[in-house]
Write a protein of this length. Structure first.
Length: 132
């Protein structure tokens, strides 16, 4: 018989080793079927660990996005208050630096949304592999 060992690196610095045997004179399709079973089992085990890590990452990303949104709201409120203290009328007008800072803040918020969407998509993909 032919011995097969398959090592799969798992999230969390873990490794999984799977072993199987096939008859020495087996057809190539039987060998391929055994290898496919082992590979799919390894992918599924990897997905279990990946989902846990991705959910933690999602929590962090959502917290950072919420913190950033609160900071943006506070900066906007500060700008309006500063405008009012100067006895100015109408909508606040931003200086060039304030405009640039605001654009960077909104760009950062959009990037956060994209990262959150990517993590959610990855979670869905891995949950699909484990049948969750």
């Amino acid at each position: 018989s032919i011995g097969i060992s398959y090592t799969c690196e798992l999230p969390g610095k873990k490794a999984l080793v799977m072993q199987s045997f096939v008859p020495r004179d087996c057809d190539a399709k039987d060998l391929d079927a055994t290898l496919d079973k082992i590979r799919l089992a390894g992918d599924r085990q990897f997905a279990f660990g990946a989902v846990v890590q991705l959910k933690l990452q999602l929590e962090q990303e959502e917290k950072m996005a919420a913190d950033h949104a609160m900071r943006m709201a506070q900066v906007d409120a500060n700008l309006k208050a500063e405008w009012s203290r100067g006895n100015r009328r109408g909508d606040p007008t931003l200086s060039a630096k304030q405009r640039q800072d605001q654009q960077q803040a909104y760009a950062h918020a959009e990037e956060s949304k994209k990262r959150i969407a990517k993590v959610k998509a990855d979670i869905a993909e891995y949950e699909g592999k484990i049948g969750a």
